[in-house]
Design a protein around this ligand. Structure first.
Ligand SMILES: Nc1ncnc2c1ncn2[C@@H]1O[C@H](COP(=O)(O)OP(=O)(O)OP(=O)(O)O)[C@@H](O)[C@H]1O
Length: 279
């Protein structure tokens, strides 16, 4: 597939998509890693920026060996680390993993902005930003300063997560960043023994908020042992089992994102017309 044509405000990057959640622990990082791999499987060049300063987990999820540091370039640039074919930058590559991070708002915003602007992304179609959970100043500043093209909101079906997801949608609306859609994670539980599927956290929540906020439900991922084990061992499902049912769901979401950003940037309208004229 061809990447939609357009340039973001960031050098070397066409599209920037923020993967966000109002609430922590709903699977935002797992979704980011798998969607990055799914976009790559569609032929896109993809980067991941782990901006989750309170719990950076892309290093672990993508299997970056502990102690890896980005290679410096010039006075204040750095190259992203390449893993699974993705260009990856994370705050965890800059600090000692065992040091607890106590960031005050302006400090965190500054560090994140530096991370985005000083990383020398190379020829990316998509940069996915794994946002810090929540809807405070840090998230708002980041979303505005890095010219985000669209946001994907990850939620679980519980009421409390849905309430926070609504806050997330409203935050992006406030700063005129289009919400590309909702991913409902841990939508159903699939028993690893018998395969029985159950809506243990409630049903239809993602669909409801998508409707209420005039956006779309991009897809629903089940709660499975494989997603958890594969993500937590550095080999996310789309890499570990590319033809499996779960990878197909991520693949479908990736395709929707590609066509949404294309439609949004209007590049479809710029396709040259061929007129056939009879002599
Ligand atoms: N669909 C799923 N099925 C099973 N386990 C999952 C699923 N999605 C995520 N997990 C697991 O849940 C845990 C939390 O996921 P993750 O770190 O992606 O959440 P998060 O929203 O990014 O959290 P945080 O807010 O702390 O950054 C991880 O151990 C992950 O492997």
């Amino acid at each position: 597939m061809q990447a939609p044509a357009k340039a973001s405000g960031l050098s070397g990057v066409k599209y920037i998509i923020a993967i966000a959640s109002g609430k922590g622990g709903v699977g935002k990082s797992t979704t980011t890693a798998n969607l990055a791999l799914a976009l790559q499987a569609q032929g896109m060049k993809v980067g991941v920026l782990d901006a989750d300063i309170y719990g950076p987990s892309q290093g672990m999820m993508l299997g970056i060996p502990s102690g890896t540091r980005p290679q410096p370039v010039g006075d204040n640039g750095m190259k992203p680390v390449i893993v699974h074919g993705l260009q990856v930058m994370s705050i965890s590559l800059m600090i000692d993993e065992n040091t607890p991070m106590v960031w005050r708002g302006p400090m965190a915003s500054g560090a994140l902005q530096q991370l985005v602007t000083q990383t020398q992304w190379e020829n990316l179609d998509f940069l996915l930003i794994d946002m810090p959970p929540g809807t405070g100043d840090i998230q708002l500043t980041l979303a505005q300063k890095v010219a985000v093209d669209g946001a994907v909101i990850v939620t679980t079906p519980q009421d409390i997560a849905l309430l926070d997801a609504k806050r997330g949608i409203e935050m992006f609306r406030k700063v005129d960043i289009p919400v590309l859609g909702i991913v409902e994670n841990m939508s159903t539980h699939i028993c690893s023994q018998c395969g029985h599927e159950e809506h243990i956290f409630g049903a239809g929540g993602g669909e409801r908020i998508a409707r209420d906020y005039d956006t779309e439900l991009l897809g629903c991922l089940p709660l499975t042992l494989e997603i958890c084990q594969q993500a937590d061992s550095g080999n996310p499902t789309v890499a570990a089992d590319p033809d499996g049912a779960v990878s197909l769901i991520y693949g479908d979401i990736a395709k929707q994102l590609m066509s949404k950003v294309e439609r949004q940037s209007g590049s479809a309208a710029k396709v040259p017309q061929i007129n056939i004229v009879e002599d």
